[in-house]
Design a binder for this molecule. Structure first.
Ligand code: ARG
Length: 400
C-alpha cells in the first residue's frame, strides 16, 4: 500500500521536482503522477518543461497559465496592502505559492487525485505555504513532500534521477538558488550566504547596475483606481502589461534591488537578494496616494494592518480567516484611493514628485501660508489647552 494512489505534483523542471516523479512511484508506491507547471511569467518556455515531466515518468503533464490571476488577485491585493515583509521584501515568491496551491487542488479534484506533492525541502518557507494552503482549500487531500524526507545530497539526487532516465544538469548548474516570476526574482545561496559579501553583479537580470543606468531621469505617471494600478503614462494597461512594462522601465534605472537578512518562519535567518522593480515602485506610489486620500486615523491604523498582512502572507496563511478579515478592512479603505502619482526614476531611486486625486483631502486654503489662509489660528489655543491638559497635570504633580 502506497502513501497515495494518484498525485498532482507541483513541477518546475528542475532536478528535485523531476526526481520526485520516480521517487513517488518507486519508493512511496504512488500509481500515477500528474505534473503541473504553473506559468507565473518566469519568462521560461514551459513546453520543454512539460515534456520533461513525461520523460521522467509522469502520466500526465499540464501547464497552467495563471499570470492574469497572479497579478490581479495576488499582486494587486498586496499593493493595496503596501505589503513589505520586514519592511522591505515585496513578497514576490510568497504571493505565488497560494496560487500554485490553488491550481494543484483544482487539478487534484478534477482528476480525482488523493494527494498533492511538491519538491520543497524542510528548511524553507515555501513548504509551509504549500502545505497550509492545500489544507485550507481541501483538507482531505494528502500532502507529499519527498525532498523533505529523502535525505539525499545533491549528488545522490542526481544519481537517483539518472537511474530513471532523468539527465544530470548539462551546464554547470548555477551556484545560486533562484525563484523567478512576473513580480521579480529571489536569489540566495552561493557567495550570498556570507552576509558580509557584496552580491556579484552577475546575479541581477531585471535591474541595471547604477553605473550603467541613464544619466537623465525619467518621469512616469501611474494611475490608480481604488488602490489598483490601471494606467501608465495615461494609457490603460492590462495588469500583466503594466507589471511587465514597469519592470522594464524601473529596472532600466536600477530601481528595485533589495539585499536583506530576513527571518524565515522556520527560525532560520537567511540572506536574500530580491529584484522587484515594478512592485517596489507601485507600493511606494500607492502609499503616497493613500496619504493624499485617507484620513489620518485610517492611514495610521492601516500601517499596523499592513505589517500583520505582510507577515500572514510570508508565513503561508493566505487562505486564513485572519487574512480574509484584514482584506475586508483593506478593501474598505481603498474605495477612494484613486488618482495619479508622478514618479521620477533616477540612479536606483524612485522619487515621488507629484500626486493628484479627485478624492484628495488636501485643502489648499487650510494648508497655505499665504493670504487666503482659512484656518482659525485662535482655535488652536483652546485645542492645545485640552490636548496638553493631562501632561500639564502630570507635571504639576511630579515636578521635583
Ligand atoms: N525568502 C523568500 C521567501 O521566503 C524567497 C525564497 C525563494 N527561493 C529562492 N530560491 N530564493 O519568500
Amino acid at each position: 500500500m502506497g502513501r497515495a494512489k494518484k498525485v498532482v505534483l507541483a513541477y518546475s523542471g528542475g532536478v528535485d521536482t523531476s526526481v520526485c516523479i520516480p521517487y513517488l512511484k518507486h519508493e512511496w508506491g504512488v500509481e500515477e503522477v500528474i505534473a503541473l507547471a504553473a506559468d507565473l511569467g518566469q519568462g521560461e518556455d514551459l513546453e520543454p518543461v512539460r515534456e520533461k515531466a513525461l520523460k521522467s515518468g509522469a502520466s500526465e503533464s499540464l501547464i497552467a497559465d495563471v499570470k492574469q490571476s497572479f497579478v490581479k488577485d495576488y499582486a494587486f491585493s498586496a499593493i493595496q496592502a503596501n505589503a513589505l515583509y520586514e519592511n522591505r521584501y515585496p513578497l514576490g515568491t510568497a504571493l505565488a505559492r497560494p496560487l500554485i496551491a490553488k491550481v494543484l487542488v483544482e487539478t487534484a479534484e478534477q482528476y480525482g487525485a488523493d494527494a498533492i506533492a511538491h519538491g520543497c525541502t524542510g528548511k524553507g518557507n515555501d513548504q509551509v505555504r504549500f502545505d497550509v494552503a492545500v489544507a485550507a482549500l481541501n483538507p482531505n487531500l494528502k500532502i507529499l513532500a519527498p525532498a523533505r524526507e529523502w535525505g539525499m545530497s545533491r549528488e545522490e539526487t542526481i544519481a537517483y534521477g539518472e537511474r530513471f532516465g532523468i539527465p544530470a544538469p548539462v551546464k554547470k548548474s548555477s551556484p545560486y538558488s533562484i525563484d523567478s516570476n512576473l513580480l521579480g526574482r529571489s536569489i540566495e545561496a552561493g557567495v550570498l550566504e556570507d552576509p558580509a559579501t557584496e552580491p556579484p553583479e552577475e546575479i541581477y537580470l531585471m535591474t541595471k547596475s547604477i553605473t550603467n543606468t541613464p544619466n537623465e531621469p525619467e518621469y512616469i505617471e501611474i494611475g490608480f483606481s481604488r488602490g489598483i494600478p490601471t494606467t501608465l503614462n495615461g494609457e490603460h494597461k492590462n495588469p500583466i502589461d503594466l507589471i511587465e512594462q514597469l519592470n522594464r522601465v524601473a529596472g532600466n534605472h536600477g530601481v528595485g534591488r533589495i539585499d536583506m537578512i530576513e527571518n524565515r518562519l522556520v527560525g532560520i535567518k537567511s540572506r536574500e537578494i530580491y529584484e522587484a522593480p515594478a512592485m517596489s515602485v507601485l507600493i511606494h506610489a500607492h502609499r503616497d496616494l493613500e496619504s493624499l486620500t485617507l484620513t489620518p486615523d485610517v492611514t495610521h491604523y492601516k500601517r499596523g494592518i499592513e505589517e500583520t498582512y505582510s507577515q500572514i502572507v510570508y508565513n503561508g496563511l493566505w487562505y486564513s480567516p485572519l487574512k480574509a478579515a484584514l482584506d475586508g478592512f483593506i478593501q474598505k479603505t481603498q474605495e477612494r484611493v484613486s488618482g495619479t502619482v508622478r514618479v521620477k526614476l533616477f540612479k536606483g531611486n524612485a522619487f515621488i514628485v507629484g500626486r493628484q486625486s479627485e478624492n484628495s483631502l488636501y485643502t489648499p486654503d487650510l494648508a497655505t501660508y499665504g493670504a487666503e489662509d482659512a484656518f482659525d489660528h485662535k482655535a488652536a489655543q483652546g485645542f492645545i489647552y485640552v490636548w496638553g491638559l493631562p501632561t500639564r497635570i502630570w507635571a504639576q504633580h511630579h515636578r521635583s
